[in-house]
Write a protein that binds this ligand. Structure first.
Ligand code: B16
Ligand code: MG
Length: 215
């Protein structure tokens, strides 16, 4: 897609603004080890942007079958372990330049939203003290379908009262780029997704987001 004149930018959270992805990995690893499921960072990459229950299904591909009731218990256990890690998060865990970029975008009149699959997104934003930068938060609590479905970003645009074509989505997950493309957004890949062909723009550093809008 050709770069549009942007009025809003929707940021994914985990893997873009803060590296809770390592905490997800460590929490899932505890569960996987306990149930004897093979799990490594390559499999973990498939969990990026994917909901908690869908992540569990991916992990269970390498384990003995478990009942639906046990799946709920495993997902709760993982979330409890993950939340313990989240308790340790602070402002210092935010990626370099994030605050500068968000402040500068606001100065340039751009509306900002979060588009995250996580049900813990608001807690994370409070921990890292970024909540006040955002005009809207769309997360795992207000969607039925997770990425690669565009719902989380479509809701974010709706909350900002903007059209998808007026917004860019910044994502680290292949599933997130697929969701952005499906929703008609300008897609920006960073981190893992900086090597993904479907991203309209690929960046190495968050500061490059500023190239999307005029000073
Ligand atoms: P929770 P994002 C996603 O966050 C993570 O990338 C993904 O690994 C996780 O399973 C998902 O949130 C759900 O998280 O268990 O906290 O609800 O990248 O969309 O910000
Ligand atoms: Mg992410």
């Amino acid at each position: 897609m050709k770069k549009p004149i942007l009025k809003g930018i929707i940021f994914d959270l985990d893997g873009v603004l803060v590296h809770t992805d390592e905490m997800h990995y460590q929490a899932w690893k505890q569960i996987a080890d306990r149930i004897g499921a093979a799990f490594n960072r390559e499999i973990n990459n498939r969990l990026r942007g994917v909901s908690r229950m869908e992540s569990l299904e991916i992990i269970l591909e390498n384990a003995k079958p478990v009942s639906d009731a046990e799946k709920l218990i495993l997902a709760d256990e993982k979330n409890a372990a993950y939340k313990k890690f989240l308790e340790t998060l602070s402002e210092e865990d935010v990626d370099g330049d994030v605050r500068m970029v968000l402040r500068e975008l606001k100065n340039r009149g751009i509306k900002l939203a979060i588009g995250s699959s996580s049900k813990n997104a608001r807690f994370i934003l409070e921990q890292i003290k970024l909540t006040d930068f955002f005009d809207a938060i769309s997360d795992g609590n207000n969607i039925q379908r997770s990425k690669p479905d565009p719902e989380v970003f479509l809701k974010a645009a709706e909350f900002l009262m903007l059209e998808p074509a007026e917004c860019a989505v910044v994502e680290d997950a292949y599933a997130g780029i697929d969701a952005a493309v499906a929703g008609g957004f300008y897609s920006v890949g960073i981190g893992d997704a900086s090597g993904y062909d479907r991203a309209d723009m690929k960046i190495r550093r968050i500061a490059e987001v500023l190239n999307l809008v005029n000073p």
